[in-house]
Design a protein around this ligand. Structure first.
Ligand SMILES: O=C(O)c1cc(=O)[nH]c(=O)n1[C@@H]1O[C@H](COP(=O)(O)O)[C@@H](O)[C@H]1O
Length: 237
């Protein structure tokens, strides 16, 4: 399994969100020396599938963010189908429930020591309190994140995806064990866009994030490698 980062640069996971494989290759090549892993999400996977994963894995560990969410049998099958691509990290939705997460873990175990880190997405960082209430969830994002965190960790997830605003609360409740991967990161002065629960890179790491996921503030910069390096330099040692 991918080890916890030991340097500031290794904490950074740029999100390569593009449907253009050529653009993805340019970004991956430029950013690989300045990060701990590269995130490949739905946009690129829908466009270029397993080929894109193999191409990215040639330059850096791949965080394959497909946010699996289905019945346990289907998710276990999806994990089995993905194992030959050797992703370093894989996401599934905590809201899929404990049986789904347990089935994913059992399927992942087939890869032995090289299995991907299984990360349960808690409450998407684009969801604010009002949007969460509209889905019928009582209580605010923090309460729901803690509820899904407990469920996912008990069921066999190695870690969690949460916003920077819940990191300290998760560390208080669950200690150092869970791996915490944190999107919703915005360097000071950068546009929030569709993100609702945000903080700066340094704030997220100071609160206890292991990795930070940064997309548009890096990939939309005139010089993505320089933007990545500036973020790494802003992090506590
Ligand atoms: O699982 C994720 O990575 C994820 C979970 C979440 O709650 N929020 C979230 O933004 N992400 C991903 O993190 C990246 C954030 O991108 P930017 O908003 O451009 O920095 C995107 O690729 C999202 O798919």
């Amino acid at each position: 399994m991918l080890a916890r980062p030991t340097t500031p640069a290794a904490r950074l996971i740029p999100a390569i969100d593009t449907g253009d494989p050529a653009r993805a290759k340019v970004l991956a090549t430029a950013l690989a020396p300045h990060c701990g892993a590269l995130k490949l999400g739905l946009e690129l996977f829908m466009a270029d599938g397993p080929h894109a994963v193999r191409a990215m894995a040639a330059v850096a560990p791949v965080f394959l963010d497909l946010k699996l969410h289905d019945i346990p049998n289907t998710v276990a099958g999806a994990v089995r189908s993905l194992l030959p691509l050797k992703p370093a990290m894989l996401t599934l939705h905590g809201a899929g429930g404990g049986a789904m997460i347990g089935a994913a873990r059992e399927a992942a175990e087939k890869a032995g020591a090289a299995r991907p880190v299984l990360l349960a997405v808690t409450v998407l960082t684009s969801i604010d309190a009002a949007a969460l209430a509209a889905t019928g969830v009582a209580g605010g994002p923090v309460q729901q994140v803690l509820r899904l965190a407990r469920l996912a960790l008990d069921a066999g997830a190695d870690g969690l995806v949460c916003s920077p605003q819940e990191v300290a609360r998760i560390r208080d409740a669950f200690g150092e064990r869970p791996l915490l991967v944190v999107p919703g990161i915005r360097p000071a002065g950068s546009a929030a866009g569709d993100q609702a629960r945000t903080a700066t890179p340094a704030e997220a790491v100071a609160a206890g994030a292991d990795w930070i996921v940064v997309g548009r503030p890096v990939t939309g910069a005139a010089d993505p490698a320089a933007a990545a390096q500036a973020i790494a330099e802003s992090l506590p040692a």
